[in-house]
Design a protein around this ligand. Structure first.
Ligand code: ZN
Length: 192
């Protein structure tokens, strides 16, 4: 990512606060292994939240092509990494997205990119699912869109609240996906 003067100023402030946090946690911030940690964490956190400074609608609208194709378009197994807004711990997994074009398709690489934009914000899985669906519906105006997200949440796994390896699945859809048959077709295609 490119660092503007404003970004560098923020990074400095974040590093200062992370240094305070380490002290509050009982650490000695002057020991060698931790000397650059506050700045590294600041830099990492700014990267992991860069989605706030990106416009997913613009990314999709920048590559719309008129095409008389009315079958399902599926992009499956999109890896993503996000941070839960309740614990600032990672949740990560795969997103599967299908839409049925209504004379407009988008460049296939744009779909994973918008997943990335929404993932690189503080999130909850449910909201992220709906935001991706809304973004595609709004910009491409398809006959229907469906988003399925499967994720593991470290805030559950590391804190032992739930069984290890449990996977949370969320889904949301519009239009043609209101029909069970259409949803089944999508689900069969992502399982195959
Ligand atoms: Zn959490």
């Amino acid at each position: 990512m490119e660092w503007t003067a404003e970004d560098m100023e923020k990074r400095k402030k974040l590093a200062y606060h992370y240094s305070q946090i380490l002290e509050l946690l009982g650490e000695d911030t002057s020991r060698e292994g931790l000397l650059r940690t506050p700045d590294r964490v600041a830099k990492a956190m700014m990267f992991l939240t860069k989605g706030y400074r990106q416009e997913p609608d613009q990314i999709l609208s920048s590559a719309i092509f008129i095409e008389d194709y009315k079958q399902m378009v599926i992009v499956k197994n999109i890896d993503f990494f996000s941070l839960c807004e309740h614990h600032l711990l990672p949740f990560f997994g795969k997103a599967h997205i299908a839409y049925i074009p209504n004379n407009a398709v988008t460049g296939l690489s744009k779909i994973p990119r918008i997943v990335d934009v929404f993932a690189r914000r503080l999130q909850i899985q449910e909201r992220m699912t709906t935001q991706i669906k809304d973004c595609i519906q709004k910009t491409l105006n398809p006959l229907g869109v469906m988003v399925i997200i499967e994720a593991q949440h470290l805030c559950m796994q590391m804190r032992g609240v739930e069984k290890q390896n449990s996977i949370t699945t969320t889904s949301d859809f519009t239009g043609a996906f209101n029909q069970a048959k259409t949803r089944e077709e999508f689900i069969n295609l992502i399982r195959s």
